[in-house]
Design a protein around this ligand. Structure first.
Ligand code: GLA
Length: 388
């Protein structure tokens, strides 16, 4: 899945000419979340890692008053006049980079005229953060070309803001953080309330991480996502009538009685239960990995999916087929959906000796049951967004 840099350069020069002036190369990964789902916007814990595939950007400053954007993934050039207040264009991929450029502008850091060529090998809309990846590759490039000298955490927050305000997806901070702060062979133990984080080495021994893409076309993801956020806010408002809580992550499993006592709506109650129990599982999973107890990590991943299926209701037939059929196969230690849900991908830990069989058998079963063809990836864990 590695991008082909020389092909990209050839394309760059055929689009923009002037072979004497070299463009600069930036790269930003995708991410997979091992556990801690729908906790980030509730001030909770997440445990993602950056992948070894992502988005590559070649960029060169130029004369004029425009930013020229091309992508090998989307046809057609988009030309954006320099501005201090950019506006989104309905359904265009350029909203991700332009949203970030707009955040820089809001800080008084004006974009230079640029020629940009993007390419990415993260499947779009598959829950592996192709959006955060294109945002963060733009942020690190803008930071360097403008000489702004912003810290990574600042850029992570700006990219999240761009996604919230410019793209219109009300995401938490996990994706941009994981993509910005990723470290090879490590997962990031992030507290989304304080933004404190620690790296945890991921050494799975004779087991492999397998990502499986449902290839289900995403439909209502954004509206359902926002609906879940609103349900969590409602839970906090109801509990706050009795106890001071800032967010659901102020509560632990020993407080679960509160949701039964204070939340009359059974749906809102289930949503709160997921968030509270998921935080507990995430902390346990981080410890399990530290203790090299991969069996326990797998068990917690399974429980995470069950909770996302039953209490948070963000899975759906395709993800559930992959997970519940996958669990029946030999060598599967844990398997769950990853990302927002409603489609997208699962992440599984599978014994290396059984990985091939897992891929072929699950692929067949999934196709027979859903009519869809799944894609399988055996990702490495890579570094975060950077100049190459
Ligand atoms: C999406 C969002 C993240 C996070 C996950 C669910 O990936 O962008 O902020 O909420 O869903 O854990």
């Amino acid at each position: 899945m590695k991008s082909d840099i020389s092909k990209l350069k050839t394309e760059f020069f055929s689009l923009y000419g002037d072979r004497d002036r070299e463009p600069v190369l930036f790269y930003s990964p995708g991410r997979v979340n091992l556990i801690g789902e729908h906790t980030d916007y509730n001030g909770g814990y997440v445990f993602p890692c950056a992948l070894d595939f992502g988005t590559t950007l070649l960029v060169r400053m130029c004369s004029g008053r425009e930013i020229r954007m091309n992508s090998l993934n989307f046809p057609g050039e988009v030309v954006i006049p320099l501005s201090l207040n950019y506006l989104p264009v309905p359904r265009s991929w350029t909203n991700y980079p332009v949203g970030v450029i707009n955040e820089f502008a809001r800080k008084g850091i004006a974009a230079p005229a640029m020629e940009m060529l993007f390419t990415g090998d993260i499947p779009n809309g598959a829950g592996l953060s192709s959006s955060a990846s294109i945002e963060m590759v733009t942020a690190v490039a803008m930071n360097e070309l403008s000489g702004a000298g912003l810290e990574m955490i600042e850029m992570v927050k700006m990219a999240q803001k761009a996604e919230n305000g410019f793209v219109g997806m009300n995401c938490g901070i996990m994706d941009q953080f994981a993509v910005g702060f990723g470290r090879a062979n490590h997962a990031i133990n992030l507290n989304c309330d304080t933004l404190e984080y620690r790296y945890a080495p991921v050494s799975l021994g004779d087991r492999k991480l397998v990502i499986t893409n449902t290839n289900k076309r995403r439909g209502l993801t954004d509206s359902k996502y926002n609906e879940r956020r609103a349900e969590c806010e409602k839970a906090v408002a109801l509990i706050s009538l009795h106890r001071p809580v800032r967010n659901l992550s102020d509560l632990t499993v020993s407080d679960l009685w509160m949701i039964d006592s204070y939340i009359p709506d059974p749906v809102v109650r289930k949503r709160a239960k997921h968030v509270i129990t998921e935080n507990g599982r995430t902390l346990d999973a981080i410890k399990a990995l530290e203790n090299n107890d991969i069996a326990l990590l797998g068990k917690l991943m399974n429980e995470s999916h069950d909770s996302l299926c039953t209490d948070y209701e963000v899975t759906g037939a395709e993800l559930d087929t992959l997970v519940y059929e996958g669990r029946k196969l030999p060598g599967v230690i844990g398997t769950r959906m990853t990302g927002a849900g409603f489609g997208g991908c699962t992440v599984s830990i599978v014994e290396s000796a059984h990985a091939k069989e897992f891929i072929s058998r699950l692929g067949e079963i999934y196709n027979a049951k859903t009519g869809l063809t799944a894609d399988f990836y055996l990702p490495g864990i890579g570094d975060g967004a950077r100049r190459v």
